[in-house]
Design a protein around this ligand. Sequence first.
Ligand SMILES: Nc1ncnc2c1ncn2[C@@H]1O[C@H](COP(=O)(O)OP(=O)(O)OP(=O)(O)O)[C@@H](O)[C@H]1O
Length: 774
Amino acid sequence: QNNEGSETFRYESDITRLRSLVIHSLYSHKDVFLRELLSNANDALEKLRLVSLTDRSVLSAGEGNVTIEINLDEASRGKTGQIVIRDTGIGMTKDELTRNLGTIARSGTSEFLKKAEEGQGVDGNLIGQFGLGFYSCFLVSPTVRVSSLPPATSGNSEPTQHTFVSSSTGDSFEVFPDPRGNTLGRGTEIVLSIGEEEAEFLSVEKLKTLIEKHSTFSTTFPIYIKERKTSKIPVPPPQSPVEDGDPDKFADDLDTDETTPKEETFEEVQEESWIRVNDKAPIWMRDPKEVSEEEYKAFYQAVSKDDTGEPLGWSHFKGDTGSGVSFRAIIYVPSSLPKEFWSKMTSGINNVRLMVKRVFITDDLGEDFMPRWLSFLKVTVDADDLPLNVSRETLQNNRFLSQLQRILIRKALDLFTKLSNDQPETYKQIAKLYGNALRIGLLESPKDKVKIAKLLRFESTRSEYTTLEEYVENRKEGQKQIYYMAGVGEKAEDLARSPFVEKLFARGYEVLLLNLPSDEPMMASLDQFMGMTTQDVSKKGLKFGDEDEHEAEKKELEAQKIAFRPLIDWLKKDLAGQVSDVTVTNRLVTSPCTIIVDSYGWSANMQRIMSAQTDSQDDPMFNMMKNLPKVLEINPKSPLIEGLLERVLDLPQVEEDEDDDVKRTSEEEEELRETVRVLFDTSLVRSGFSVADPTTYFERVEALLRRTLGVSLSAKPKINIRPAPPTASGPIPEDEEQKIEFDPSNMEGILGDASQWPDWNDMKEQMAFGHDEL
Ligand SMILES: Nc1ncnc2c1ncn2[C@@H]1O[C@H](COP(=O)(O)OP(=O)(O)OP(=O)(O)O)[C@@H](O)[C@H]1O
């Protein structure tokens, strides 16, 4: 049909793709169209309310609501028809109709589409997070007609109602002035043509069920649906003319009536009435005792925009901020973390919806409203006594927000505690999903340290899943430290085999095995728990607590210190600059030695965490911490250490008081030094550190291996280096398929004359890596 003033526009290509993606991927969830359209209507009404705060006149056409009407086609005897959804919201100008529905693809659309079309992760949730919006109406309707009229404002004092028409398949749409004129007063009307296949939606009952299921939580404005009832009403009998003044005749008539009663006739009347669908108070306003589990779950799906997800737990409570504002809130613990959670943690995730007296105000309370580590919670807050025109800016200066924040944190921690006590299986999932976040919480929220510490779960040498309280319960007599070994990303079983853990483990002490990045800083910050101090077993300061009780052991250690003095002195001199001290230790079982750091220094684990931060290499603090002296601890019971001691004792005495400055060392001592270097570097690695110079380290290992195999130390590999061909010129040949035919009998033909190539040992010396300065 030709509409006057009609213009045809092409859809933006992303939009055509988005539309077909929506249609294809949601083919089996057609009913989402209603939720999406109602959510758009609700948004439009909210936008209008915001404008009305500064310009009351926009409400001249009445307060906001949404109406739904079903019109059956008579021609098809009701098998097809229309669904008409009208809102009295902000409406759209001609330009907005064109832009919002046809040409603006939101940022990130292309990327999303690419992923989706490649079939990666197009789950309901992803679509839910992206927002289906308007295009979902094509799921049920092959053509869609949208008419819209914005309110009159000073900038647009005489708006005209325009209509947008599009089919689900074409790549263009039409916009024209509505031939009916300004019928809407204000707002938007969407007309869906429902065919026989989708006829189930042409039922008031069906739509009511859908609205109750999906939209009662997310819409705050009244939704009305038109119900048509046909009822039969009795038709009053025709009045028989009664002649005045002839009562007898009338009496006669009555007599005859008694014998032949007159049949009552009925008339069918269509009664129309608007029924409010979402008339129940929103779930957060109700008494928790009266809200069913299903209702809580359904509300979670609405707030999380996740049709299938179930919350791991929730807390529904009434609160008072102390500054006189009372509120109600529901906090949900989601069952999954959004993919971008960790990367977005700093840029804020808006998971708190603030309402005032049931009217949605904002879901953007500023980046740091909820602490980052709790930003995964989905929170709905409805305050009673804030002015309706609060904005984020005015809120930020309001004590209400900071008080609300404290209460929400406390309630969230209470919820975790309750779940950990009442639903241990569910809590396991929480500990796994949010363990890292809780650890960061402990670091960032000193006030809640102890409460959070109790919520943490760990692997240990005793148990796969333990708490700090259990740890304290299981401590040995005299034990005053909570032992832990940290290694980011390492398996607990590998950590358990670390030299630092072996003795504790062998003696039956429990050691926590920590592998999350936040673990070590968290433990250091916790410092104390129920009277015990936390102790990194790779650091100085480890105490079993029963050292004094065992006189014999103590004496033995003292004796060993004296016996190993010569080795210790020799090692101190030899490793000067690399270690600050060498001591005899009884913390080892089989390992010959370990390297520990001072209690205030960084452990190997911490060094790795810090090195992974960009720029850390240039940071003087980083370099200082990294180079803090380490202590070499030797195990006097290790045969290797005993062997070393013997070798040191056997060293020929070199007279030191000769005139020349050059220190002379014997060949034996030189060899011993090489061995100790390898031992030192190896224990660095074993203790989790990295070796300063891996190439030299490997050369030393090779020398050691040569000695054991009796291979000459000076023998060199015979390798000639074939130079690369000359620098290429011209364009790179296009996809030329190169067949390399390998003929082993023609090695020289393939490689050229090997005797002409330079010897590796000659050229090695001349090679310098670097770039010539220009
Ligand atoms: N009933 C309506 N009244 C006024 N404007 C509307 C209405 N429906 C849609 N729009 C406009 O069209 C735009 C596109 O709608 P669409 O539903 O596709 O996406 P969205 O609502 O922005 O995103 P989402 O669906 O994720 O909420 C909206 O942002 C809004 O500006």
